[in-house]
Design a binder for this molecule. Structure first.
Ligand SMILES: [Ca+2]
Ligand SMILES: [Ca+2]
Length: 165
């Protein structure tokens, strides 16, 4: 009987480790878990960047204790997971506003919710982006799956995120 204790313990430890690796176990509807990392929601309709942010913070906001804001795509694994979802599940490749800007700090991109820097270069940004200088100060996930800078008055889809803090 003792012989199968060790494998069972190993299975249990493995299960606990994978639980510990996942930061979030589930998301409040209509937000869904993407990449095992974040809770995102892809509302219908297109908006200016400011209206997209307001939408995420109010009408499309998740219930307490979460708060809603535009999404922060902080790792290339998450960028890949988000794009796979948009392309294969949502089947809606397009431009999506996310929560970064260089407004007021031209060339220095930061996430508006957390205040941390947006990653630079490949594999995040598309070749030659950002290219809009002072005319394009807001962050877009474009139809090619990479980041780009866009004019804030453009009408794009939004990606909202449920934050726990
Ligand atoms: Ca800019
Ligand atoms: Ca651009």
């Amino acid at each position: 009987m003792k012989t199968d204790v060790v494998p069972r313990v190993a299975v249990l430890v493995g299960a606990l480790l994978s639980l510990a690796a996942a930061q979030i176990a589930y998301c409040p509807a209509p937000y869904i878990l993407i990449g095992g990392e974040v809770c995102l929601y892809f509302p219908g309709g297109t908006y200016t960047w400011l209206d997209a942010r307001t939408l995420c913070q109010t009408a499309a906001a998740p219930p307490d204790p979460y708060t809603g804001d535009l999404a922060e795509i902080q790792t290339c694994e998450l960028l890949s997971s988000v794009w796979n979802y948009i392309y294969y599940k949502l089947e809606r490749p397009s431009n999506y506003w996310i929560g970064g800007k260089d407004e007021g700090s031209e060339g220095s991109w930061f996430w508006v919710k957390s205040g941390t820097p947006v990653p630079k270069g490949s594999p995040f940004w598309f070749t030659a982006e950002p290219d809009g200088s002072n005319a394009e100060n807001h962050l877009v996930l474009s139809p090619n799956g990479y980041l780009a800078d866009g004019r804030m008055d453009q009408s794009y889809y939004a990606i909202c995120q449920a934050y726990t803090a």
